[in-house]
Write a protein that binds this ligand. Structure first.
Ligand code: G
Ligand code: G
Ligand code: MN
Ligand code: NA
Length: 254
């Protein structure tokens, strides 16, 4: 079977799972939320990472159904934890450019928020810098439409694309996520340190928060603290984990 057919079947058969990577305050280490990251678990086979199937899902349009499933799964999980009296913080979901192009994401978001009764400000949408720029003229209207729902907007992989900085000011962006490629050598590469410092300074001036991705060492975290970066995620604290493990480790303190 070709990959498209296998993916279509996998969606129908419930072979996808959502893992959650926690995000923390740099200042005090407290949990601020999580990013939802999809995985494909074909029965009896090793887990497939999204890098290997998201591009095909995008080419074939399957990303529409898959993305909707991820959003609904994450929002329902947050609802369940909130109903237990737990405090999971904000849930961040990745939105792909093809999903935006091929479907009515506003309607999808409205439906998910309505069904789960989740407060819109608890939902953060991550859009990559490159996919935002690919929207061209439509980007501003798109982001304004999403913003009107009350959700928060984050630019993913910031620094890796070619975004016009003027856009950031015009768009109501809440957060910049510094790509892990700049975090990796933060302690050894003066250029990466300068870039991270510039991103944090610019974000502060434009009243956006900054979240660093791929933080793996205490040294990186200390530098981010010095720069004034607000939040981080990374293997230093946790990789993406299944919902059950997330609840146990980060919400119930087990
Ligand atoms: O999970 P991992 O860390 O391997 O993620 C690899 C890539 O797949 C990341 O760039 C991430 O943004 C993307 N990705 C993971 N889950 C989703 C999803 O639900 N939707 C979209 N569009 N991309 C996702
Ligand atoms: O959406 P985005 O492209 O940012 O997806 C995050 C990706 O980064 C996922 O593939 C996730 O598994 C990965 N990741 C998360 N934390 C770390 C980390 O500390 N180090 C590295 N190398 N990768 C990470
Ligand atoms: Mn992301
Ligand atoms: Na990223």
């Amino acid at each position: 079977l070709d990959l498209e057919t296998r993916l279509r079947r996998a969606l129908a058969n419930g072979e996808f799972v959502v893992h959650y990577q926690p995000a923390f305050s740099v200042a005090d280490g407290s949990l601020i939320g999580a990013e939802a990251l999809v995985r494909w678990q074909p029965p009896g086979e090793p887990m497939v990472s999204p890098g290997d199937f998201i591009p095909i899902a995008e080419e074939t349009g399957l990303i529409v159904g898959l993305g909707e499933w991820v959003l609904n799964t994450a929002c329902r999980q947050w609802r369940a934890w909130l109903d237990e009296g737990l405090q999971p913080g904000a849930i961040a979901v990745n939105l792909s450019v093809e999903q935006i192009r091929r479907s009515d994401v506003q309607a999808m978001l409205r439906a998910a928020l309505e069904e789960t009764g989740l407060a819109p400000h608890c939902l953060e949408l991550e859009i990559t810098e490159s996919s935002l720029m690919a929207q061209g003229e439509q980007a501003e209207a798109l982001l304004a439409g999403l913003k009107s729902l009350g959700v928060r907007l984050a630019i993913d992989d910031f620094g890796t694309g070619y975004s016009s900085l003027a856009y950031l000011k015009r768009f109501a962006i809440d957060k910049l996520k510094i790509d892990h490629s700049f975090v990796k050598d933060l302690a050894d590469d003066r250029n990466d340190l300068a870039i991270a410092a510039a991103v944090v300074a610019m974000a502060q001036a434009l009243e956006m928060t900054v979240q660093a991705e791929g933080v793996e060492t205490e040294g990186q975290l200390a530098l981010l603290h010095e720069l004034g970066c607000a939040a981080f995620q990374g293997y230093l604290r946790s990789p993406p984990v299944p919902a059950e493990a997330f609840g146990r480790r980060f919400l119930r303190g087990g």
